[in-house]
Design a protein. Structure first.
Length: 76
């Protein structure tokens, strides 16, 4: 193998590996984008559930106050 052949082979190897890196980077970015979308969706669902819990807790507090007020009226 001549030095020129070795240089050419090395250049081809570098080009192949560079293309492989580009493919891997593209796949990584796609995975990141998919993960970000899923995280945003789940975060939205979580926030809705938290809002429902807070709303339900407020409803429970109102009911407890009504029950306590009724109990006080009945005991008098």
């Amino acid at each position: 193998m001549t030095p020129e052949d070795l240089i050419q082979e090395t250049k081809e190897t570098i080009e192949f590996k560079t293309k492989k890196i580009e493919v891997i980077d593209k796949e990584i970015n796609e995975i990141k984008q998919d993960a970000t979308k899923k995280i945003e969706k789940l975060t939205g669902e979580r926030n809705q559930i938290v809002a429902q819990i807070i709303k339900d807790q407020g409803g429970i507090e109102k009911l407890e106050k009504l029950i306590n007020a009724d109990s006080k009226v009945e005991s008098k």
